[in-house]
Design a protein around this ligand. Structure first.
Ligand code: ZN
Length: 269
């Protein structure tokens, strides 16, 4: 397990977290410290290093962007340490429930401990927490309006993300991306891509790509193509992570989430 602390700019630090399992899968995870608030808590397997770093950095509080274990993985430990914390109520409910997670995620990141202690809330001002569902229902970002910095969790991840979890909502993600573009951030702190400078053009490119992709998927499906054919023609052959995850995080899942929304517009919170 490695934890590297980098200075992004004055008052903003990046905690780069990785292990060999994640590196082999091509994933590094970042947590960020802005205005003394830790955004995200890393994955369970890097727990010891994360707790040590938190003791050294002594953040005044922490914010969890969403329930996925590479973001909320050490939240229970930080709550036990008495660190005030903000997360979406649905995120807290998930951490208290401690659902089982797919084998590939458990083997790369580990499975979080159950959250059992009471969470102490705090006032994040001048930081703002903005709901940005889509990637998950409980997803939220942290916005520093004075400095034009957004800690965006898994909202961005890249322009052309051809895989999705079965529980994602592409149309809701589009609305959330538009919300962030309207903020005109100067700097975007992405949990897997790291620091993205001048992010508005790439956020706009992502919006266009998702709109086009949704359109192509709907057109092909309406012409009678089956979901696997639609996947092959619009997104190409299934990705490695798609096979490793037994299609939980896959190109086929992206097609299915789009087609699910085509027939049903409800994605209740
Ligand atoms: Zn995520």
């Amino acid at each position: 397990m490695t934890l590297r602390i980098e200075q992004v700019e004055s008052g903003v630090q990046r905690l780069a977290l990785s292990n060999w399992q994640g590196r082999r899968a091509g994933y590094e995870v970042s947590a960020f410290l802005m205005r003394g608030v830790l955004v995200d808590t890393g994955f369970p397997r890097v727990g010891r290093e994360l707790v040590r770093a938190v003791r050294a950095l002594s953040p005044r509080a922490a914010i969890v962007t969403h329930w996925h274990e590479d973001h909320s993985g050490n939240a229970p430990a930080l709550v036990e340490m008495g660190i005030p914390m903000m997360m979406h109520p649905a995120c807290e409910a998930t951490l208290r429930e401690r659902p089982d997670i797919a084998f590939y995620r458990r083997s790369i990141w580990g499975r979080p401990h159950r959250l059992t202690s009471a969470v102490t809330p705090f006032d994040p001002a001048p930081l703002q927490i903005i709901a940005t569902p889509g990637h998950t229902k409980d997803h939220q970002i942290v916005w520093d309006a004075d400095r034009g910095i957004v800690a965006s969790g898994d909202l961005f991840l890249g322009v052309k993300v051809r895989v999705a979890h079965a529980h994602e909502s592409p149309s809701t993600l589009l609305a959330s991306l538009r919300t962030v573009v309207a903020l005109e951030p100067r700097l975007l702190l992405d949990a897997h891509r790291g620091v993205v400078e001048n992010p508005v053009p790439v956020l706009r490119a992502k919006i266009s790509w998702i709109e086009e992709t949704i359109g192509e998927i709907r057109r092909l499906a309406a012409s009678g193509a089956g979901e696997r054919e639609v996947q092959r023609r619009v997104l190409g052959a299934e990705s490695l992570v798609g096979w490793v995850s037994l299609r939980e995080y896959s190109k086929l899942s992206l097609v299915r989430t789009v087609l699910r929304e085509t027939t049903s517009l409800t994605w209740s919170l």
